[in-house]
Write a protein that binds this ligand. Structure first.
Ligand SMILES: Nc1nc2c(ncn2[C@@H]2O[C@H](COP(=O)(O)OP(=O)(O)OP(=O)(O)O)[C@@H](O)[C@H]2O)c(=O)[nH]1
Length: 523
């Protein structure tokens, strides 16, 4: 396939188009789809973290509601005033703490000192209920210390927050008031709930998300919401969460599967794959259609014109091309018409160049050509051959008496007579001079030629064309015969010369007669 062929150029153009389209798909995937999917994954992870935080918040607020119930209860109020001596005994027990999910409670007096501690030691898991943070309740002193500043500065409001030291906990505080929430406050009640594995399992159960709590570094605080994708299966999202001023910052973290991202990516790649496949299929179909609708007919056309150049044997255009109803069919039909017109022109030119316009007989050129061919043929076939040379007698006088146009009519009448006498295949009658004609007779011996020549002479005489200046009174001809036997080998010119000489002899002998070379002229 040459570089300039339409097929190759279309193939290259479509391949380039295909590659460009695939490249565009790749770029779209890289610069648009992939970042969009990552952003969507990020938004989803953020929404999940928000949901996790909301669940934790509702836990925190539930603890606040519970501490409020305890703190705004007349029994607690009286207990803080030292009026309810059986309060601790009747309300606190290990079972109560376990059932209510409290780790422990601290009753702060108005001066910030601990009036009572009750609950379970997070380290030793021992239950204790005692005044202050001494003895069996000494483990609560650290928490009491951390809470004391809050108690001092926020006497009128309840609050619940998360702390992480020494371990993650919810702490809820409420001023101790009467049941109708009248005061003055008799101190503060703090309830502590441990955010241990049990709590984490409960949250994970509720949200479906694992929860990790740890202290936030300066870098965590600076970054805010952060999403890490350590591998293709899991991502880690974290965010520093609301903290109480002065306390340590917390980082809430969760791990999420990346299944959705890869499912969407796989869906897109699937679509991309099919789009590329479809593109290739379309290109293949376009090429096939192009081949069958345009290129193949064009090649047929080209082959046809090449064959025309090598042999113009009235080759017709392929039928398939001529019958097409499209532009190529129109082109083929137009071309066919043009070709036929050109063939007609050519054949009429050939006809003109080979024939005499007055008589319609072969002219000298065709005669010379046919004489060579006839000589070759008869020599090949070892046949005899004869050449008649016919000359109208006293034609000058005819013209002089009757005029040139009458001479033309006479020439035509004699030509027609000769043509009717010698119409066998391979025989040729030609006008080889003004009033001189030659007749090629392949296969004729001298005897046969003589008989035919005499028959012609008589036929012309019998025409009875009046000739006022001739002895016979009508137009006659003299005929000279040159011939070749199968054993002889002669050139065309030798044969012409022989016939010419015989004609001369016939004229000399008195005209209106036949003379055969090498024979005596008879009247
Ligand atoms: N009308 C007419 N005359 C022609 C044409 N071609 C040649 N001639 C005439 O033919 C005549 C030939 O005359 P000549 O060669 O002298 O011979 P001739 O008069 O026939 O005498 P012989 O051949 O000896 O019998 C000339 O007068 C030419 O003008 C032609 O196409 N038309």
């Amino acid at each position: 396939m040459s570089l300039s062929s339409l097929r190759l150029r279309f193939l290259l153009a479509l391949t380039a188009l295909c590659l460009a389209a695939m490249g565009a798909l790749g770029l779209i995937a890289h610069f648009i789809i992939h970042p969009a999917l990552l952003e969507e994954e990020r938004m989803l992870a953020k929404a999940e973290l928000d949901r996790l935080e909301r669940t934790m918040d509702s836990d925190r607020l539930a603890l606040l509601a519970m501490v409020k119930d305890w703190a705004t209860w007349d029994d607690t109020y009286n207990f803080m005033q030292g009026k309810h001596t059986s309060y601790t005994k009747s309300n606190f027990s290990r079972i109560m703490f376990e059932d209510m999910n409290y780790q422990f409670m601290l009753f702060f007096a108005t001066d910030g000192s601990i009036q009572w501690t009750a609950g379970i030691d997070p380290v030793s898991d021992a239950y204790a209920s005692c005044p202050g943070t001494v003895g069996a309740c000494a483990w609560a002193e650290n928490t009491a210390k951390r809470l004391r500043p809050l108690v001092r500065y926020r006497p009128d409001e309840g609050m619940a927050y998360m702390d992480i030291t020494p371990q993650p906990v919810f702490i809820a505080l409420y001023p101790i008031l009467r049941t109708d929430e009248s005061g003055p406050p008799q101190g503060w009640l703090a309830q502590i709930r441990l955010l241990d594995e049990k709590w984490q399992a409960h949250v994970e159960n509720q949200t479906g998300l694992p929860v990790v709590l740890r202290s936030a570094s300066q870098e965590d605080l600076r970054q805010g919401l952060r999403l890490d994708r350590p591998n293709d299966h899991l991502m880690t999202i974290s965010r520093p969460i609301t903290r109480v001023p002065g306390s340590e910052s917390l980082l809430l973290q969760s791990h999420l599967p990346r299944k959705d991202f890869f499912t969407q990516l796989a869906t897109f790649r699937y679509a991309q794959f099919w789009t590329a496949g479809l593109l290739l299929a379309v290109i293949a179909i376009v090429l096939i259609l192009l081949e069958s609708m345009v290129l193949r007919p064009l090649r047929q056309f080209a082959t046809f014109t090449q064959r025309l150049q090598t042999r113009d044997d009235n080759l017709p255009l392929p039928n398939g091309l001529l019958k097409r109803r499209d532009e190529l069919g129109t082109l083929a039909r137009e071309f066919q018409q043009l070709l036929e017109f050109q063939r007609r022109q050519t054949s009429s030119l050939v006809e003109l160049s080979h024939h005499d316009p007055l008589t319609g007989l072969a002219n000298r050129r065709l005669f010379d050509q046919r004489l060579e061919e006839a000589l070759n043929l008869t020599q090949r076939r070892s046949q005899p051959m004869a050449l008649l040379m016919v000359d109208i007698d006293c034609f000058k006088a005819y013209n002089d008496h009757l005029g040139h146009p009458a001479g033309d009519v006479c020439l035509k009448a004699i030509a027609d007579t000769m043509q009717s006498q010698f119409s066998q295949p391979l025989q040729l009658v030609a006008r080889t001079g003004g009033e001189e004609f030659s007749i090629i007779l392949p296969g004729s011996s001298a005897t046969l030629a003589n008989r035919l020549a005499n028959s012609l002479r008589l036929a012309i005489e019998t025409l009875g064309l009046p000739h006022p200046a001739c002895e016979a009174g009508s137009v006659t001809v003299s005929i000279g015969i040159g011939h070749i036997t199968p054993e002889q080998s002669r050139s065309a010119q030798e044969l012409i010369d022989a016939a010419d000489a015989a004609l001369y002899a016939a004229k000399q002998a008195g005209r209106n007669r036949v003379s055969t070379e090498g024979e005596q002229v008879t009247s």
